[in-house]
Every structure is written in C-alpha cells, then in structure tokens.
Design a protein around this ligand. Structure first.
Ligand code: ADP
Length: 392
C-alpha cells in the first residue's frame, strides 16, 4: 500500500509518499512559489535529491509534474499504485472531531471555515481540487489540525467574553498542531505500554503549542481561536493583553490587521531579540553575550514552564512530559532550562541522557516525579496512517 501525504499552502505543496507496509518514506519534496516567478520543486529520498526550476502557474501544474516525476524516477510504475491521498487541513472547526474521507460536503465545509483560517483553508481546498482533477478515482482523506483538541471541556475552550460571540461567530479556543499531539500520544502510549496516561505534550518548533492529555484525550491546549495564542514562538507573541492592539494602532497609525500581523510575524523570539526567530541563532547570540537574545530565551522558557505547571494541576499530576518539533527535538539547552524550572514539582532531568537529538528517549532522572521523554513527531506519517485506516 502506498499513501501520499499532502500539505498545500497558498503558493506551495509539500508531499511525502509512504510505503504503508513499512511506514517508510519512499520520496518526499516541495513545490515552491506556485503562481509566482522563480517557481521550483525539490524531490528527494535517501538516494537522490533533485532541485529543478520550472514554471508552475497553479497547483494542478505542480500535481501533474509530481505524478510524472514519480513514474519517471520509477518510484511507482503507474498512478494506480497510489492507494490514497491524505491532505492536511488546518481548520476543521468544532464539528470535525476526527479525520474524514473527502466528499463535496467536506470541501464545502472547509471553504466555509476559511473565515477562521483565511491563510490556510482556501489553499488546502486548491490542493484537494488539484489532486481530484488529476486523480479523480483515488480515495482522499482530510486530517484536521484542530480535530484532536475537540474533546476539551467547555470551560477550557470558552473565553470569558460575551457568550453571544461564541454562539453567533464561533469565538472559542480551537487549538492547533493536533495531528502532532495525537501522534505523540500514540507513540508514547506504545513506548510505555499503557493508554491511561496524563501527558503534557510540548510541540516546540517555529510555531509552538502545549497540550494537556488524559487517557488519550486532549483536555486543554495553549493555542486558541488562532495559532497566535499560548507560548512565545519564533515570530508569534503568544498570549498578550488585547488592549495592546488599539493602543499600538493609535500610537503607530496602524490598522488592527497590521498590528495583528506584527504579533504574528514580528514578535516572539524575533521581536524581543531583534536578531532572529531561529532558536539556533538565539543560542549562538547568547554565547556571544547578547542580552536581548538571552531575554528572549528566558521569556520563551518561562512561557513554556507556566503552561506545564498549569497543566500539571489541571491533570491532577503528570505521568510524562514529552518534547517534540525543531526546538523540542534538538535543543538540549532549552529542554534543560525548562526542566530545571520544574524542580518544585519534583521533575528532574538526567543531564547525560538529555544530550540527545531526534530519537525517542527518556531524559528524566530516576528520582524524577514524572517521566520526561523526547519523542520526534511525524505529522506526515500520522496523516498517511489516518488515510489508510479510512480508505480500507
Ligand atoms: P515548524 O514549526 O516550521 O515546523 P520546526 O519544527 O522545524 O518548525 O522547528 C524550527 C525550530 O527548530 C527553529 O527555531 C530552529 O532553530 C529549531 N531547531 C532546529 N534544529 C535545531 C538545533 N539543532 N538546535 C536548536 N534548535 C533547533
């Protein structure tokens, strides 16, 4: 069985083709600058990497070239070998609590939800339609970033704002990165051999979120109505007092949209350090004695620690804290700083075990009150697994 996992953006299309007998990636890659000058694609696996400039006027062009290339490179012999396609969709609203097979109604619903995810949902629909056009008979599935979080109790997903905003416009916390948090939950449950776990899952990448999970179900999460809320991120502010928005609008002569854009794109590690959104640059600048980099790192770590402590109480204790994504999987120093601050909860790091990157490993000390694990995430594989389960 071969399943393709797709993440379509407004001008990009990311893909991975899996052999579902082994969960191995046969080939993966990216089409970039679709509809823009200088478009190109990269296709790679463990044996080769091809980067080619090519004119891509729309997503259908990208899909056609991708499928031709798979045959030309002898990854597949015919298009019938692709048994299913799984599409990542950022927003599934409150009603989509799990992945579903694509139907016209599902596509309509994703379009309707564009109000809540204007940058993402329309692009996903373009991707789905492009594949439908070229492979009309191949079963397709959509996997929503929000779905895993729809088990949150109402007191956790509502904001304390006029209730009518929720009823009329769906103003509530939805949560994101659900596919990653769900993958981590599945993986750590397999590793520990039990499902009845209280997990605090820390997905720390360029975007970051934390989820509190009990018996496999999400109880709370840091991202909110949009992926702007929660912890400090690469370029996103995380939680701020909303009164800042009209204040800065007036002072800087900006529109509300422009201020929100600055909170999304010019804040976080980048905004505070004034150096970079990339945690590697921040770590290097700290070594050179840069104070703003050091301040940005402290704010990032504090924001993560605050939520872990909150979720510790919400879950009535925690069995395992997991770290994943770019920073969570690679930054030995950031993990250490976070766990050191959790000492009042009896959570302790094994400093030697923590000296690891990108593999499943227990990094807490033997006398720690909770386990701490590094668990690399794999959202693409989770999408392919959901697709396989639904088309079988
Ligand atoms: P995205 O949210 O875009 O998927 P990633 O999960 O790829 O992001 O995470 C990107 C972040 O991971 C960047 O801040 C990057 O600096 C960080 N990162 C990647 N490798 C390392 C490393 N070796 N050490 C520290 N940080 C790293």
């Amino acid at each position: 069985m071969k399943i393709m996992s797709i993440n379509a953006g407004s001008s990009s299309l990311k893909f991975s083709l899996f052999d579902m007998n082994t969960n191995e990636v046969l080939v993966s890659g990216l089409f970039e600058r679709i509809g823009i000058d200088g478009s190109c694609y990269t296709i790679k696996n463990s044996e080769f990497k091809i980067k080619q400039e090519v004119q891509l006027k729309d997503h259908s062009d990208a899909v056609k070239i991708l499928l031709d290339k798979l045959i030309e490179l002898k990854i597949i012999n015919s298009l019938e070998e692709i048994d299913g396609i799984g599409h990542r969709v950022v927003h599934g609203g409150a009603n989509y609590t799990e992945s579903v097979v694509v139907t016209d109604k599902v596509i309509d619903d994703i379009v309707k939800l564009s109000d809540l995810a204007p940058l993402h949902n329309p692009a996903h629909v373009i991707g789905i339609k492009a594949f439908k056009e070229v492979l009309p008979n191949t079963p397709m599935v959509v996997v929503f970033d929000t779905a895993f979080h729809q088990t949150m109790p109402k007191e956790n997903y509502l904001y304390a704002v006029p209730y009518s905003w929720y009823e009329k416009y769906g103003v509530r916390k939805y949560g994101f990165h659900g596919t990653s948090h769900r993958y981590i939950t599945k993986k750590i449950s397999e590793v520990l051999g039990r499902d009845d776990l209280r997990i605090i899952s820390c997905h720390l990448g360029q975007g970051g979120s934390i989820a509190a999970i009990k018996n496999g179900k999400c109880v709370d999460t840091t991202m909110g109505f949009t992926p702007l809320a929660g912890i400090v991120m690469g370029t996103r502010s995380g939680d701020v007092d909303p009164s800042i928005i009209p204040f800065v609008m007036e002072k800087e002569g900006l529109s509300a949209g422009e201020v929100v854009n600055a909170l999304n794109k010019k804040s976080g590690l980048l905004g505070v350090s004034e150096i970079s959104s990339d945690s590697r640059d921040i770590e290097n600048a700290i070594k050179e004695g840069n104070e703003k980099a050091s301040l940005a790192q402290k704010m990032f770590v504090n924001s993560v620690v605050k939520y872990i402590s909150q979720y510790y109480v919400e879950l009535g204790g925690v069995d395992v804290i997991t770290f994943t994504a770019g920073i969570g999987e690679n930054s030995v120093q950031t993990r250490l700083e976070i766990i050191e601050k959790l000492a009042p909860l009896g959570i302790k790091m094994d400093i030697e075990a923590n000296n690891v990157r990108g593999e499943v490993k227990c990094i807490s000390s033997k006398d720690s009150s909770s386990l701490v694990y590094l668990v690399p995430t794999d959202e693409e594989l989770m999408i392919a697994m959901d697709t396989l389960a639904l088309i079988k």
